[in-house]
Design a binder for this molecule. Sequence first.
Ligand SMILES: Cc1cc2nc3c(=O)[nH]c(=O)nc-3n(C[C@H](O)[C@H](O)[C@H](O)COP(=O)(O)OP(=O)(O)OC[C@H]3O[C@@H](n4cnc5c(N)ncnc54)[C@H](O)[C@@H]3O)c2cc1C
Length: 386
Amino acid sequence: MCTYEDLVDATLHHGLIPYVVPQLRTITLGGAVTGLGIEATSFRNGFPHESVLEMDVITGAGEVVTTRPGDELFDTFPNSYGSLGYATRLRISLERVPDRVRLRHVRFDDPGLLAKTIATIVDSGEYDGRRVDGIDGVAFAPGEYYLTVATWADEAEDAAAWREHPSDYTGQQIFYRSIQQREHDLLTMYDYLWRWDTDWFWCSGAFGVQHPVVRRLWPRRWRRSDVYHKLVGLDRRYGIADRLDRRAGRPERERVIQDVENPVDRLAEFLDWFDAEIGMRPVWMCPVRAKRNWPIYPFDPDITYVNLGFWGTVHVGPEAADAPRNRAIEAEVQSLAGHKSLYSEAFYDRETFDQLYDGAHLARVKAQFDPDDRLTSLYDKAVQRR
Ligand SMILES: Cc1cc2nc3c(=O)[nH]c(=O)nc-3n(C[C@H](O)[C@H](O)[C@H](O)COP(=O)(O)OP(=O)(O)OC[C@H]3O[C@@H](n4cnc5c(N)ncnc54)[C@H](O)[C@@H]3O)c2cc1C
């Protein structure tokens, strides 16, 4: 239950951070290891579970098992979402970091060139002759893509970074807008880690918090993704947006909240398809390279994938309840040899799901560690919403 916010508070004090720090403060270490975390360091550090050295899992059988990489329970744990057991103690490796991060926001008009640049940076670890420590990007509109290339600014290598004033996006300025407005930036490591949390990427816009007047009045302690997340929960419970839509005569909305990963050489194809068929913007992009294959979320470690995150709604009309856009995304990702994260909603039939997430392997490991089937299965959790 240790959140990354608490974890970073403890480790950064010693000049250390987890190898991959998910963007949202309240994601827990256990949650990111059993789900899938991806962040700007994932192109070189993989997923949060790839820097776990050891963990204790309380299994469905009620036993506490200490498990390590190479054990069947450990290797099947990522993407199991608590269906095999609960991690109660984790030992992880940390990375030494300086306190400043230099950013370069690089614009691309052509998605093909964007994909090629990502592939080159991942392979070389450099951009324009300078080391790259973190990389993510935003597709703002068709023909308007940015990569944000981050370099840890070590005092010995870059003394100037310690004399300049770092930017602050926890006040009136908004991080995602800065990407379009400036080519270079400097942040503290702390602010870099939580740059996306303050405005929940761009989703705070739905609550008016990006309007300068509202922003000034909105308490600083509420500029956090978990606060917006709670507001979304209230909206869903009381159907506020749906009622407003009905009153205004707008078509019903379908929620499209997904993260998918496609091979980098299919990135341009996916972005073009997404623009034409779904039409939601912005889209977050983040390259990831797995260290090895994991049985129930198989990534080829020789291939660079790009995570694409899109979180919002699309007005689709009366068929919204059948989730046509979500289903189309699942089919498209499958045809591009990509993957879909299961943290949100999924609509696969049982056979397809078992094929994509190695249901046979998962069932075998579950039978071993949860012989009485006490824990809800992954299919029931992810697709049947149990
Ligand atoms: C709104 C939203 C935004 C997200 N944004 C990001 C993002 O920006 N970056 C990113 O990397 N990921 C993101 N994710 C994915 C997220 O990393 C995974 O969903 C992760 O599993 C969430 O962890 P949590 O600690 O919040 O767990 P919860 O949401 O509480 O639980 C998620 C699932 O994990 C299981 N679980 C939780 N803790 C444990 C444990 N200790 N052991 C075993 N199972 C456990 C729960 O049973 C549940 O099925 C997002 C998810 C959501 C819902």
